[in-house]
Write a protein that binds this ligand. Structure first.
Ligand SMILES: Cc1cc2nc3c(=O)[nH]c(=O)nc-3n(C[C@H](O)[C@H](O)[C@H](O)COP(=O)(O)OP(=O)(O)OC[C@H]3O[C@@H](n4cnc5c(N)ncnc54)[C@H](O)[C@@H]3O)c2cc1C
Length: 546
């Protein structure tokens, strides 16, 4: 074919960039939360997850989605999920970086914070494979409530070797775990679970049960074992259910089908049935809900981290694109209204990063009473607010690329993947309302108002709007908001804590514009409506991904 035109004014994609070295907001948050943290491993991870090679794996793992194989070619039931080799390459990287369990195995300083930063960086590469990674991280401490299982499984769960084979635990170089709570008739309200667990003797792993029933959402069914909820005679209980039993035979877990999802394509989410599956009690019989909630705290942290990572990824792509693409005689990033949109997104991204990492710090100081309240308070707040902002953020970042943002293909097509992924962190592990209601429960702790005031104190006197909100919040907390007001309260606590953190970690241009817009009403209802007095160039320079 003869050439019809010259291709020009199409930006170079953002490839082979060190995602840690170019993320100033992440570096500032780490310095604030752990000044002495050794960031060398994060530098190394930043180079890997920003590489073109790993981006290709991410694209392929999403294009060639997992396939369920219920039967072998000879008709035997096998219940296996087949993944593209790129899925395994991504999993091997994430496990190799210790994102699934390093804090439980190694004696490094600030292990949860460091892992949180790695998790955020990895999200910029591919978020859906982080589902089994996050679940493995969350279940490991709960297993301590069955010391025999913990002793057998903890080494594999903290091993940095990824082993996707379906074999008995003792023959594997590394292990992963999932969680099964949600049933057809209820997900948020797990007390509605009907899956039954009947006593079936006891052995080296303690009380054994025979489980019959189903799970309506059961992600990453190729994990080696699951913590599930089922009804025993004493009520809802937490049980350990391995895929392969200690004698090497397959457990009675049958994968019915895989979910056809909006996004999160590389991750398999299934529906399963149990027909007398063997499972062992973890913790106290009838106390399954608190047991699962303890794990939920960690997966909720990961939702906030994951959305912050996706925001940073979308922002980086939008900045990279608009810095190269020209329209109406200027680069898009030089057009005043585009500057406003990009700077507004940059504020949101930095505030989310700051809040998510502040929350992660509290997990490293579990014996400190103030940090305990912060874990309890900020988990629902961060999960609610950051994840709620994600979809809106992704839509606006996508729009910065114009039509190229909406196509699925390669390079800039990552935007479509980000957009489809965004709502998920808001829904799973407790949807928005559930998080806001959980905040109300957290506030019933006697010291919540004082702890919140303490957290906001370092920013006192730095912005009048923040001072006003900081003065009101402890009173609203003490007076106890009603359920009807819970979302508004979660939003306001999030904004106040984000502002107080930016006062301590970000340049004045970022902090001032955040407070003016989010706290002082100098803002519209869409991104890109910051006031004229904002130092747009300073905010954009800080956010640039180069
Ligand atoms: C891709 C994907 C993978 C998943 N993987 C897993 C998994 O591996 N394991 C697992 O156990 N689950 C999994 N889930 C399930 C997920 O955690 C649930 O979908 C979620 O907890 C919501 O439960 P539900 O779907 O039953 O909705 P419902 O509980 O019916 O909630 C519907 C809506 O009602 C709201 N709501 C509920 N109660 C109240 C109330 N009292 N006041 C006000 N509003 C309320 C909720 O906020 C939500 O917006 C997965 C979900 C998805 C989408």
């Amino acid at each position: 074919m003869a050439a019809t035109h010259e291709v020009f004014n199409q930006p170079e994609p953002l490839v082979d960039v060190n995602l840690f070295a170019t993320n100033r907001a992440l570096q500032a948050a780490l310095k604030f939360n752990a000044p002495a943290l050794d960031t060398a491993p994060l530098h190394a991870l930043g180079a890997v997850v920003g590489s073109g090679e790993m981006q290709t794996h991410a694209r392929l793992a999403n294009a060639h989605t997992p396939q369920l194989k219920t039967h072998s070619r000879f008709g035997e039931r096998i219940d296996q999920v087949e993944f593209h080799p790129s899925y395994h390459a991504l999993m091997a990287q994430a496990v190799g970086a210790g994102l699934h369990g390093a804090p439980w195995g190694e004696g490094a300083a600030h292990p949860h914070l460091s892992r949180a930063a790695g998790f955020m960086l990895f999200t910029e590469l591919e978020p859906s494979i982080l589902c089994p990674i996050s679940m493995s991280y969350a279940v490991a401490p709960a297993l301590r409530d069955n010391p025999a299982i913990h002793a057998d499984w903890a080494p594999g769960l903290t091993s940095r070797a990824y082993d996707p084979t379906l074999k008995v635990w003792r023959d594997k170089a590394g292990l992963t775990m999932g969680m099964g709570m949600t049933e057809k008739q209820g997900g948020s309200d797990v007390r509605a679970n009907t899956t039954r667990a009947e006593p079936a003797g006891s052995d080296a792993w303690g009380q054994r049960f025979s489980v019959t029933g189903h799970k309506w959402f059961f992600s990453a069914p190729m994990c080696d074992a699951f913590l599930i909820l089922a009804q025993t005679a004493s009520g809802l209980s937490c049980l350990f259910l391995p895929r392969v039993l200690p004698d090497g035979s397959m457990n009675q877990l049958f994968i019915q089908r895989l979910k056809d999802k909006l996004g999160n394509k590389a991750n398999a989410s299934s529906e399963v049935e149990f027909t007398g599956a063997s499972a062992w009690l973890v913790g106290e019989e009838g106390r399954g809900v608190p047991q699962i909630l303890a794990m939920g705290t960690m997966t909720r942290l990961d939702c906030a981290l994951g959305t912050s990572g996706l925001m940073r990824q979308a922002l980086g792509i939008a900045l990279n694109h608009t810095a190269q693409r020209k329209a109406f005689g200027k680069r898009l990033i030089e057009q005043p209204l585009m500057k406003n949109v990009l700077a507004d997104l940059a504020l949101e991204s930095e505030a989310s990063t700051a809040l998510a990492l502040r929350l992660a710090r509290s997990f490293d100081k579990a014996s400190d009473p103030h940090e305990q309240v912060m874990t309890r308070l900020l988990t629902p707040v961060a999960k609610f607010w950051i994840c709620k902002r994600g979809s809106h953020f992704a839509q606006e970042a996508m729009e910065c690329l114009g039509g190229n943002g909406y196509v699925e293909e390669g390079g800039e097509g990552i935007m479509a993947r980000i957009y489809r992924e965004m709502p998920l962190n808001s829904i799973w592990e407790g949807a928005g309302n559930i998080m806001a209601l959980d905040l109300l429960r957290a506030l019933r702790k006697a010291d919540a108002a004082a702890a919140l005031a303490h957290e906001l104190a370092p920013a006192r006197g730095m912005h009048p709007a923040l001072d006003r909100l900081a003065a009101q919040l402890p009173i609203r907390v003490e007076e106890m908001a009603t359920e009807m007001e819970a979302r508004r309260l979660a939003q306001d606590v999030a904004l106040a804590v984000q502002a107080a953190l930016l006062a301590q970690t970000a340049p004045g241009a970022v902090f001032g514009a955040f407070c003016d817009s989010r706290l002082d009403g100098q803002w519209g209802h869409s991104f890109g409506s910051l006031g004229a007095g904002v130092d747009f160039d300073a905010i954009l320079e800080r956010a640039m991904p180069h």
